[in-house]
Design a protein around this ligand. Structure first.
Ligand code: IPE
Ligand code: IPE
Ligand code: MG
Length: 239
């Protein structure tokens, strides 16, 4: 079975999971940590190169301050608690997204975690916090504009590779498989540029219930796809 090199996941459905149990929404967010562990371990076992998880979107800032605070506390906590196992498994952690709106403490913890795991050669784990696909394209455009202004780059030389080179996941293969749990079939401003040719998989499982069997079902879906990248089926079959 052919495995994806890079998997991107929208971990959705925490709130509904909690509400269905008569619990506050943050109980669902807490219950969403275990499936992250399971998924990270599974990717490590399978030798998958990169995993990108959507933890908090640029639009999630619109949520009630109380829920935002609980999510930020959870990120702080989880980073501290999970770091030893992640580091032990040679995981390289990186955060993508607009950091300026986060607390200084959280920004510092993120930078420490990245520095601590920077030399690891195992799974490349990217956590998207305060991330938006449109923000990513805008910040990449700004970086290109700066290079043009300084005379290092000609506008006429801007091509797809140049823009890609400034995006958050620059240097990684584009995601082969996208998974969204929780039943909604939308991208919600996740990786807009990078998902151009990604296989899209949606499942009704709420994120806290996402287990190894649910992950294997997504991999089986991926293995059944013929990726044509614009070619004919016959061409792609021999490619
Ligand atoms: C996803 O679960 C986690 C975040 C967006 C932080 P939700 O909190 O969106 O859960 P639902 O969609 O309300 O069930
Ligand atoms: C997307 O989920 C963001 C994350 C999972 C972090 P949302 O639950 O915020 O998405 P919408 O707003 O319902 O599309
Ligand atoms: Mg949701």
């Amino acid at each position: 079975m052919s495995h994806p090199r890079h998997i991107a996941i929208i971990m959705d459905g925490n709130g509904r999971w909690a509400e269905a149990r008569g619990q506050p929404r943050h109980a669902g967010h807490r219950a969403g940590i275990e499936p992250v562990r399971v998924t990270v371990r599974s990717c490590g076992e399978l030798g998958i190169e990169a995993l990108t998880l959507f933890a908090f979107s640029s639009e999630n800032w619109r949520r009630p301050p109380e829920e935002i605070g609980q999510l930020m506390d959870l990120f702080m906590d989880a980073m501290e608690k999970e770091l030893p196992e992640l580091h032990g498994n040679a995981v390289r952690l990186q955060f993508i997204g607009r950091r300026e709106s986060l607390t200084v403490r959280l920004q510092a913890r993120m930078a420490e975690t990245e520095a601590h795991t920077a030399g690891n050669q195992g799974l490349k784990l990217n956590i998207a916090v305060g991330y938006g696909g449109r923000w990513d394209i805008v910040q990449a455009s700004r970086a290109l504009a700066r290079r043009c202004q300084s005379g290092a780059l000609n506008a006429a030389d801007i091509d797809e590779a140049a823009l890609q080179g400034e995006l958050s996941l620059q240097g990684l293969p584009e995601p082969d498989l996208f998974i969204r749990t929780g039943g909604e079939q939308r991208i919600s401003n996740f990786l807009l540029w990078q998902l151009a040719y990604t296989e899209l998989y949606f499942c009704d499982t709420l994120w806290p219930d996402f287990d190894r069997a649910a992950f294997d079902a997504a991999l089986a879906f991926f293995a059944g796809r013929q990726r044509r990248f614009g070619m004919t089926g016959a061409q792609a079959g021999t490619a």
